[in-house]
Write a protein that binds this ligand. Structure first.
Ligand SMILES: Nc1ncnc2c1ncn2[C@@H]1O[C@H](COP(=O)(O)OP(=O)(O)OP(=O)(O)O)[C@@H](O)[C@H]1O
Ligand SMILES: [Mg+2]
Length: 297
């Protein structure tokens, strides 16, 4: 049975969608069968993997509100081994319909039971809210993944987020675990970024992923080409960071065989890389101009 992950933070614009798209692509690239479910009416995950937001097609709305067969909403993306249940603006009305439904917090969980055997990983791109759609996502998930932007207010709202996680765990889904915290949009030149990284690592310990995602123009422009950045421009710093993060993700949540494979690959890389090559990698020039950190004074 596939493991399900909610990429969740009720704060807007912290990198949920960018993270889920790129990690899903990297994990699919390692041959895992991945289903991405876009649970945001903005449909950014949908367009971000090159699927048109067609008003007439079966989407996450039908899945949640009309209890339609999930298989009817699944679309193959152009990326090998990656499928998606798209979303569009209709989903904005879903919360209202869900309120009156029986077992309204468990609708997605029940729906996913029908298909979870077909995938290794199911990734849910949550909307920036604590509404019923997000609660459905958390209840249906084994793990919550929290993207945090490296900014002055990074930890603001975190108490509320963790409270929601605890409430769902206590009342709706005891098996829900904190899977990891992703630091996004880091500007390594600033003290602020260093401080946020330190604070988050102190607080979340090993739950914080080691790979920190830098601010990168390529990451933000990739969606306009309908491609995840790791495919649009695999060699920029942002894509490389997501590739590392995807590997870290598989080390954490993959099978024992995955871990063995990675240990071998890492060893082979270390053995085959000369000290000069290592130095060149570290000294690689910036191919892009990082934007200024948002300090929100
Ligand atoms: N590392 C990054 N560097 C530069 N821009 C980024 C980075 N990550 C995300 N962005 C850009 O920041 C904006 C917000 O990112 P994203 O859509 O991934 O966040 P989100 O949490 O899903 O937002 P929402 O809450 O609205 O769903 C987007 O325009 C995205 O392209
Ligand atoms: Mg989003």
């Amino acid at each position: 049975m596939g493991k399900t992950f909610s990429f969740f933070n009720q704060k807007g614009g912290v990198g949920k969608t960018t993270s889920v798209i790129n990690i899903a692509t990297v994990v699919a690239g390692f041959g895992k069968k991945v289903l991405l479910i876009d649970l945001d009416s903005q449909g950014n995950a949908t367009s971000g993997v090159g699927i048109e937001k067609n008003e007439n097609e079966s989407t996450a709305y039908q899945l949640l509100v009309e209890n339609s067969d999930p298989a009817a909403s699944i679309k193959k993306t152009t990326i090998e081994s990656l499928w998606i249940i798209p979303s569009n603006a209709h989903l904005a009305g879903a919360e209202m319909h869900l309120i009156s439904q029986e077992k309204r917090e468990f609708i997605l969980k029940e729906q996913l039971k029908k298909i979870s055997n077909d995938y290794d990983f199911i990734f849910l791109d949550c909307p920036p809210s604590l509404g019923l759609i997000s609660i459905n996502a958390l209840t249906a998930s084994s793990y919550i993944i929290i993207p945090l932007q490296c900014e002055y207010y990074a930890l603001e709202g975190l108490g509320q987020l963790l409270n929601t996680y605890q409430l769902v765990k206590k009342n709706l889904s005891a098996e829900l675990e904190l899977g990891g915290v992703i630091l996004t949009m880091a500007d390594f030149r600033t003290n602020l970024t260093q401080q946020v990284i330190e604070e988050v690592r102190n607080y979340f310990k090993e739950k914080a992923f080691q790979s920190v995602i830098p601010r990168s123009v390529k990451l933000s422009e990739a969606p306009s080409f309908g491609k995840p950045a790791v495919i649009y421009d695999p060699h920029n710093r942002g894509s490389l960071a997501y590739t590392e993060l995807g590997k870290e993700f598989l080390m954490r949540f993959g099978s024992d065989d995955d871990r063995k494979d990675f240990a071998r690959v890492v060893q082979e890389t270390v053995v085959s890389t000369t000290p000069e090559e290592m130095q060149n990698t570290e000294a690689a020039p910036e191919s892009e101009q990082p934007q200024a950190a948002q300090t929100n004074p």
